[in-house]
Design a protein around this ligand. Sequence first.
Ligand code: I3P
Length: 105
Amino acid sequence: KDGILQRKLHADIDGKRIPWGKRGWKTFHGVLKGMVLYLQKVDYRRDQLVNEEVVSVHHSLAEPAVDYTKKPHVFRLQTADWRVFLFQASGKVEMNSWISRINLA
Ligand code: I3P
């Protein structure tokens, strides 16, 4: 599974609050392979996608971020080490597809 994902860091390892200046939204190309979510960016010099972040979704939980109302199609990902990410998908169908693929991984 792959597609464009906007990501916001919500909580760091053990649920620690993300400090000011690091709480903004960033755009990535997301790829889910097995139990790993790769967040990639385009390297324009080499004309290829490079991994910026690698997130294990083993023992994680994805669900619609019903309490986050500033943007549509946002889901919440809580990892096994208690990090929390918000991801905005490109639409509702895409959001549901990411959620089910992550939860089945
Ligand atoms: C954050 C950025 C985010 C915003 C967040 C800000 O600033 O403006 O877009 O979240 O608000 O702290 P910075 O880039 O300097 O970290 P929202 O888009 O959800 O409002 P927050 O601290 O209330 O999460």
